[in-house]
Design a protein around this ligand. Structure first.
Ligand SMILES: [Zn+2]
Length: 414
């Protein structure tokens, strides 16, 4: 086993063990005693149901990740990468087409293998806890729309990246970075108007008290709000959310219909204020810049490693190729990605506190935000007492109790 194989295998195993430890600690941290903040909001049996939801999801996650681990290692050590390479090369296409087929088939196989898990998750687990609203028809449509989009957008992009490495020599990484950045920005730009409507219906929020209050609030913080939509989240799940997308004129805020149904006007304004807070505090811009810098570093490292023979030997490949190099570099890069994702989650959790603070200061009430957070976690059966290590690895938002306490502490010095 060479150094590349060692690093990749080590990362896969360490990642698996870290998750296992975090999940075990998380299950042990479940407390039967309802936290004080939630007394009166959570009925005892509903609270027990939320813990059962965490348990069921953890067990399911364990089964999926173990299956993934066995499959990945099996495919690798039984020479799957080489066998597929021989098959695809045998068809005798142009190297770039061969690359598209090789990578495409690997991704398709992974998608198809994970499909039963996804079906079980939606139609058994989510159904059992009363969340699922997805019909089999919607599920199938989603699957094919997702597949179509990946082929339509991912295919040409991947072909371009392979072509740069094939024809432009040492500056390939720079071209790849440039093109990927343009595509990323373009997608962000068109997503609200072209992509999201393929999956959901967006209708302008109807005239009335809620709309007026939201527009009054937006004016009070100098936020040029033009597009305020209701999204039919109830098409798939009873869970609720709100989000912000797009740039410039394409900026839009969408509230799930399930959110509007369950919250008071004051709570909805607070939730919206939180989303606007992310924009005003430049979190969205920061994430974008980090994403762009990250892809630059990644392409540069890719250009350094793609011609390393050892990387191909690690996967028993007889003939090195660009496309196989893309896949293997992706696996070699996983430790960097893991560390980066942990760092980004830390930043993201800080951003959530800042957005909460913005919402409280600009709406001049902390109770609406606190009530909204409580209701959201009750309706979504959130785990109220996650283990800190699990939070450290997985949470992009701070646990709800910490958010509530931070909001209330802030109030004391305001
Ligand atoms: Zn947020």
């Amino acid at each position: 086993m060479n150094i590349y194989a060692g690093i990749i295998l080590g990362t896969i195993l360490i990642g698996y063990l870290l998750d296992l430890v975090a999940e075990t600690l998380n299950l042990q941290a479940l407390q039967t005693e309802l936290p004080d903040e939630f007394k009166g909001v959570y009925a005892e049996d509903a609270y027990r149901k939320s813990q059962e939801y965490t348990r069921v999801n953890t067990r399911f996650g364990f089964v999926t990740s173990t299956f993934d681990l066995v499959l990945t290692l099996g495919f690798w050590f039984l020479g799957g990468f080489e066998a597929l390479d021989q098959l695809v090369r045998g068809w005798g296409f142009h190297p770039i087409v061969t690359g598209l087929l090789y990578i495409g088939m690997l991704i398709l196989a992974k998608t198809l293998i994970s499909l039963p898990f996804s079906i079980y998750d939606t139609f058994v687990i989510e159904e059992r806890f009363g969340f699922n609203k997805t019909t089999p028809k919607t599920f199938v449509a989603d699957f094919f729309k997702g597949l179509g989009l990946s082929i339509l957008i991912g295919g040409p992009l991947l072909a371009g990246l392979l072509a740069f490495f094939q024809y432009t020599g040492s500056s390939a990484w720079l071209y790849c970075w440039l093109v990927t950045t343009i595509v990323m920005l373009f997608l962000q730009f068109i997503a609200p108007t072209w992509i999201m409507p393929l999956f959901n219906k967006f209708t302008p929020l109807e005239e009335g008290d809620l709309r007026n209050r939201i527009f009054d609030y937006a004016r009070s913080v100098n936020f040029p709000l033009e597009n305020l939509f209701v999204m039919d989240g109830s098409k798939r799940s009873t869970k609720s959310n709100a989000f912000f997308t797009g740039f410039g004129k394409h900026k839009r805020i969408a509230l799930f219909d399930t959110l509007i149904e369950k919250h008071s006007v004051a709570e909805l304004v607070a939730i919206l204020a939180h989303e606007i807070g992310h924009y005003k505090k430049k979190h969205i811009l920061q994430n974008l810049v980090v994403g762009i810098l990250h892809s630059g570093v990644m392409f540069y490292l890719l250009s350094l490693f793609i011609s390393q023979k050892g990387l191909f030997e690690a996967f028993y490949l007889e003939q090195p190729s660009l496309y196989a190099g893309f896949i293997f570099f992706g696996m070699l890069y996983a430790p960097v990605e893991l560390i980066l994702s942990i760092a980004l989650q830390i930043v993201s959790r800080r951003h959530e506190y800042e957005a909460d603070r913005f919402a409280v200061e600009t709406t001049k009430t902390s109770e609406a935000m606190v009530d909204a957070l409580k209701k959201l976690s009750v309706h979504n059966l959130s785990n109220l007492t996650p283990h800190p290590f699990y939070v450290f690895l997985n949470y992009s938002h701070p646990p709800v109790l910490q958010r509530i306490r931070a909001i209330r502490q802030g109030k004391a010095w305001m």
